[in-house]
Structures are given as C-alpha cells and as structure tokens.
Design a protein around this ligand. Structure first.
Ligand code: HEC
Length: 290
C-alpha cells in the first residue's frame, strides 16, 4: 500500500512540474477595455514597438516563426481573445514570453494591441494621406532640408512629426544619413548635413534621396537629386607608369630584370639537361639493339 502511495505521489508531483504554467487571467483583467483609440499615432507607436521588441521571437510576419517557436499574433484564434486577455498576457508573460509590465507603459501595450488588431484586419487602418514635399538645399554647408506640408487653397500647411529618411545612393544599396528618426519640426522642416568624405563618381557627384517610407499615416513620397558634394573617385590608371616589369613609361629596376633573367636561365638550363639525358638514353639503347 505504501509503495502504491509513493508511486501515485511521484506521478502527481512529476506531472505538476512538467505541466506548463497556465495563463492566469482573472475575469476582471479579461474584461479590461482598451483605453487607446485606433488612430495613426497609436498604430505608429505600436508598429515601432512590435518591430523593435517582438519580431525577434514572433517572426517578421508575427506568425510565431521567429528565432524561437512562439505564438502567431495574427491568427484567428489569437484574435478571438479580448483586448484585456491579450493585455494581461503581454504584461505578465509566461515561460519564454517575457513580462513587459516594467518595460512598456500601459498605453504602449494598448497601442501594440491596436497594431496587432490592424495587422489582422487592415480595414481598421485609416487610409494613408497625401502630402507634399519640397527639398531645400544649402550649397555652402551641404545640407538638405525637407519641408512637408499639405496644400490648402491659399497656403502650405506645415506638418509636424513626420519621419523623413535621407539616403545617399551607393553602388550596392542606400547609405543612411542623418539620425535614425528625423522628425519635422513645427515649421514642417527637418535638416540633415551631408557628411564629409563621401566618395562620389569621378566628378564627385552623389545621388541623394529624400523619402517618406513605411509610414502608416502618409503615402510613400520620394525626391531625388544629384549634387557634386562628394569626393571625386580616383581611378588608378597609372598602372603602366609604375616602376615595374611591365612599366613602359618608367624604367624597370635592374634587380627585377636580373631576377627574371636569372630564373629563366635556370629553367632553361634544367630543360636542356633533361633533353641531353633523353638523347643519351636513346643513343645507348641504339648501341644495345645493334
Ligand atoms: C524572448 C522571446 C519573445 C519576445 C521578445 C516576445 N515574445 Fe511573445 N511569446 C513568446 C513565446 C515563446 C510565447 C509562447 C508562450 C507560451 O505560450 O507559453 C509568446 C506568447 C505571446 C502571447 C500570448 C499568445 C497567446 O494568445 O497565447 C502574446 C500576446 C505575445 N507573446 C505578445 C508579444 C508582444 C506584443 C511582444 C513584444 C512587445 C512579444 N510577445 C515579445 C516569446 C517572445
């Protein structure tokens, strides 16, 4: 009887250890409602957090296939849960899912949920707005200013906090210039300077791109132009002027010439010796045959 108890005890305690901890969500937490409205701002905040913090484990498509097997956050079953349930899961965490309570503010978690809902159901995203962009250049200090505005009948209305990306086109891809985020100020403008020592073409021309991209609020917009603000690319076509063996304009150094002649003579001498030996062998065989 004692052994039976012992076995029973072992089975129960073992299964308790092996079992994954359950999500503990009280009814009160599950019925919490989202305090943040779905709008451009909360969607942008949510998108930034998801890209920076969640895709590593949940995958680029948030389908649960990231660095580790996690959970799809765009599936039907996930989206059947209430906002309050998802909020509790993100704030409390479980096993490998970290607790984000200390790292994200409540409004930020709600914004993340808004963004996840919008990924599942894109019709929740308000359509992107058209904007206009002017590019102003300062030739003296090699700086670029992007001016973002909407047009009314009479004036240009500046837009604040639009994120602008500046690039210099390279042979393979684009080089970022300015900060990671370049937000327009009250006057709708943001300025970046072109760094020194950028290598351009043989005239020092560089191609610069100014873009609004991957924004939820605004349509992709792009301007590009070319300026001689880089350093000229120096190509080394003095190859034949060098003091080298093949140098035609400059004299070959004597030691190099002697070295080459020396090596060639040794090779030639060896070959002559080999042919001489073969000749001797042939001769001696003739004597033998006769
Ligand atoms: C270190 C890896 C990692 C990171 C980073 C991470 N997660 Fe998770 N997440 C997981 C894993 C693993 C699970 C599955 C956990 C489980 O079911 O026990 C999970 C589960 C979840 C769940 C529960 C899904 C469900 O309905 O059962 C939600 C919601 C979630 N993650 C949201 C997020 C959000 C939002 C972020 C970014 C702020 C994030 N996760 C960042 C690994 C991660």
């Amino acid at each position: 009887m004692k052994t039976l108890y012992l076995i029973l005890f072992l089975i129960i305690s073992n299964s308790a250890v092996c079992q994954i901890k359950k999500w503990e969500i009280s009814n009160e937490n599950a019925s919490k409602s989202n305090t943040v409205e779905i709008n451009y701002k909360s969607l942008s905040i949510g998108k930034n957090i998801v890209i920076k913090t969640c895709v590593s484990c949940h995958g680029n498509k948030i389908d649960g296939n990231g660095l580790m097997k996690s959970t799809s956050l765009i599936s039907d079953s996930f989206n059947k849960q209430s906002d309050g349930m998802i909020f509790t899961k993100i704030s409390e965490g479980r096993e490998l899912m970290p607790s984000f309570k200390g790292m994200l503010k409540e409004e930020e978690i709600w914004s993340v949920i808004n963004y996840l809902r919008a990924l599942y159901n894109p019709s929740l995203i308000p359509p992107p707005k058209d904007v206009s962009m002017d590019v102003e250049l300062n030739e003296e200090i090699k700086s670029i200013t992007a001016f973002i505005y909407t047009k009314s009948d009479t004036a240009k209305i500046p837009l604040k906090d639009v994120d602008i990306h500046f690039y210099v086109k390279r042979q393979f891809g684009l080089m970022n210039i300015g900060e990671a985020n370049n937000l327009t100020k009250e006057n709708g403008r943001v300025t970046v300077s072109i760094p020194d020592n950028i290598i351009g073409d043989d005239m020092g021309n560089i191609q610069i791109l100014v873009k609004i991209e991957n924004s939820i609020e605004f349509k992709n917009t792009e301007k590009s132009f070319t300026k001689p603000w880089g350093e000229a690319l120096k190509t080394d076509d003095k190859w034949y002027d060098k003091n080298s063996l093949w140098g035609t304009s400059a004299k070959t150094p004597v030691w190099l010439l002697m070295l080459i002649i020396g090596i060639s003579s040794i090779v030639f001498a060896c070959l002559t010796y080999v042919f001489f030996i073969i000749y001797k062998i042939k001769k001696s065989s003739e004597i033998y045959l006769n």
